[in-house]
Design a protein around this ligand. Structure first.
Ligand code: NAD
Length: 247
């Protein structure tokens, strides 16, 4: 069987790294896309991955830029022949109560977390349909399912991602392209390390499993959805939240 090519945005971040490693272990050719401001960090990251036995390529890509994605992903497609798996994992938070939320906090989060799925997926979509195979996984959040105080921007973007998943799943279904969402709860990463300790303790106390997820547990859900034999699962929103929100 031909080796699948997987593009992971936010690929050098906490969850992204675990997804890249899992896809590499699955035998895929993996490309970790990272923000252009992280060019140096990404080169170092790549060397560290190689030292740990993971052969992962890197791509400098601002997912919030339509033009940059169109150009660089068009090039990627012609260089690699196909991109079979996309994991839209790049994301940011700019938390604020709505009362105090600034225009840039709203627009930055919508651009990076939601407009990015359009920017990244569209240049690769037609080729997936033509190839008759594709796996797209959008990394949303429990807070897109239940809302969160101080995250009107983030909750809106993450809920929007799953709307995108459900619509695109219908467009890909007859062509072997599945589109799914993974909605993590709280995951032990730099993003959650940045939460004030007492607030973090209160969050953990409210999780039925009494702990945050590991990044490997989120990667495991992605691994499941992109599997060759899981082509009948599409339009789903898979929670990885330790029982924090059950719908
Ligand atoms: P992270 O900050 O470690 O990784 C996010 C990555 O996205 C970073 O490498 C960052 O540079 C990159 N990025 C940001 N803006 C970008 C842009 N414009 N272009 C390209 N790349 C950009 O965060 P993480 O915890 O690994 O989160 C990964 C994803 O999982 C995010 O979408 C996040 O919203 C989601 N998520 C995280 C948690 C959690 O608890 N950590 C929970 C639920 C959902």
């Amino acid at each position: 069987m031909t080796q699948r090519v997987a593009l992971i945005t936010g690929g050098i971040g906490g969850i992204g790294t675990a997804i890249c490693q899992r896809m590499a272990n699955d035998g895929m050719r993996v490309i970790a896309a990272h923000h252009p401001a992280e060019d140096e960090a990404a080169a170092e990251w790549r060397a560290n991955q190689a030292a740990d036995g993971f052969d992962i390529e890197i791509l400098s890509l601002d997912v919030s830029s339509y033009d940059e994605c169109a150009e660089k992903l068009g090039q990627l497609l012609s260089d690699y022949g196909s991109v079979d798996v996309i994991v839209n994992c790049a994301g940011i938070t700019r938390d604020s109560s709505f009362k105090k939320m600034q225009k840039n906090q709203w627009y930055d989060v919508i651009n990076v977390n939601l407009n990015s799925v359009f920017n990244v997926t569209q240049p690769l979509w037609n080729a997936m349909l033509e190839n008759g195979f594709g796996r797209i996984v959008n990394i949303s959040s429990v807070n897109g399912q239940r809302g969160q105080f101080g995250q009107a921007n983030y909750s809106a973007a993450k809920a929007g991602m799953h709307g995108f998943t459900m619509a695109l799943a219908q467009e890909g279904a007859a062509k072997g392209v599945t589109v799914n969402t993974v909605s993590p709860g709280y995951v032990a990463t730099a993003m959650t390390d940045a939460i004030r300790e007492d607030v973090r303790d209160a969050i953990v106390a409210g999780i039925p499993m009494g702990r945050m997820a590991s990044v490997a547990e989120v990667a495991s859900a992605v691994h499941f959805l992109v599997g060759e034999s899981h082509g009948y699962i599409t339009g789903a929103n898979l929670p990885v939240n330790g029982g924090l929100f059950i719908s």
